[in-house]
Design a protein around this ligand. Structure first.
Ligand code: PBG
Ligand code: ZN
Length: 348
């Protein structure tokens, strides 16, 4: 057809026609709301770098969840916030069936709320050093004199012990499933975590529970507000020894995602979201399992800050980002805007 007859604007003239030819739509079940829960009662502690988000105690969170469930919320992703007194080098409190995450899982199940319960599996919230698993024991010669053996410090940080961590992750997964988790999501970027968790769950009689791998997770500055929220910053060093380097091309991401699929992941995730749409598009095309995307705390904080300053129309800007995730192939969107999205979708 000669170009003179092609007029792209024809399909843009009528609002109904625009709706009709839209390729993507957002539904309540597309969204997963991340939440922070800590031990105690009657706690609703604001997270300053994430306006509108709070650390909740299980009782308060249950009340909020019944309201959100009634509004149409479908999925939540739970993170534990841990008192310093409960932290140790191994992150043992993560395996305590009475920790805040497990308590919340049991309460939500008992209350009969129809929510998909996803838990984050990691140790950074539970270790005193803030890394995502037990540390590699330092070689003798490297230990500074006077420091108690085994004590973590900047000078003797050799990284996280991968295989010790994945063995423990299998136990953490079982503890969460016993408390009622429907899906577990390992976020520590340890090699073969999914295989270890799958084997542990199957052996414990939880062959029916799904694994959503944080398969493609970059070492990102956009996690800053989260680390305030979860009180989980590394006390020394950083996470670049396990999280991905954003200077590498998407081939690495494809391998990470495919490995998780081969190990038994039922879904894979790309994280962060907006700065990694290229990666999301390629991975979602390549793998045979559904892809989730995580619009992380720093992305949320940027929208909030601009909106509060009056520089951006929050709803319009956030909706646009959500459609970008859909176009790039996301089946599920983990977002701190999940509850707002329910409102915005029902009152467009
Ligand atoms: C813990 C974890 C992090 C996030 C999810 N799980 C922080 C990190 O890796 O440092 C970040 C989520 C966010 O920024 O919203 N492993
Ligand atoms: Zn972690």
């Amino acid at each position: 057809m000669p170009y003179q007859q092609q007029r792209m604007r024809r399909l843009r003239q009528h609002p109904i026609l625009r709706d009709m030819v839209a390729d993507h739509a957002l539904r309540p079940e597309d969204f997963i709301l991340p939440l922070f829960v800590r031990n105690g009662e009657d706690i609703r502690h604001p997270i300053l770098s994430m306006p509108g988000h709070y650390q909740y105690s299980p009782d308060v969170l249950l009340e909020e969840l019944s309201e959100w469930a009634a509004m149409g919320l479908r999925g939540i992703l739970l993170f534990g916030v841990v008192d310093a007194a409960d932290k140790d080098a191994l992150g043992s409190h993560a395996h305590d069936p009475d920790n805040a995450v497990c308590t919340t899982l049991r309460m939500v199940k008992r209350a009969g709320l129809k929510l998909l319960l996803i838990t984050d599996l990691c140790y950074c919230e539970y270790t005193d050093h803030g890394h995502c698993g037990p540390l590699i024991k330092p070689a003798r010669g490297k230990r500074k004199s006077g420091r108690p053996p085994g004590a973590a410090s900047a000078e003797i940080f050799d990284g996280v012990d991968n295989d010790a961590t994945i063995a423990r992750l299998a136990q953490q997964a079982v503890v969460h499933c016993e408390a009622g988790a429907d899906v577990v999501a390992p976020s520590g970027m340890m090699d073969h975590a999914v295989a270890s968790i799958r084997a542990g769950l199957d052996a414990a009689g939880f062959a029916d529970r799904a694994i959503m791998g944080y398969s493609v997770k970059y070492a990102s500055a956009y996690y800053g507000p989260f680390r305030d929220a979860a009180q989980s910053p590394p006390q020394f060093g950083d996470r670049r020894g396990y999280q991905m380097d954003f200077r590498r091309a998407s081939k690495e991401a494809l391998r990470e995602a495919q490995l998780d699929v081969d190990e038994g992941a039922d879904m894979v995730m790309i994280k962060p979201g907006m700065p990694y749409l290229d990666v999301l598009a390629q991975v979602s095309t390549a793998v045979s399992v559904p892809c989730a995307v995580y619009q992380v705390s720093g992305e949320y904080a940027m929208f909030k800050a601009a909106a509060q300053a009056g520089w951006l129309d929050e709803k319009a800007a956030v909706l646009e980002a959500m459609y970008a995730f859909k176009r790039a192939g996301a089946k599920a969107i983990i977002s701190y805007y999940a509850a707002d999205m329910l409102n915005w979708l029902s009152h467009p």
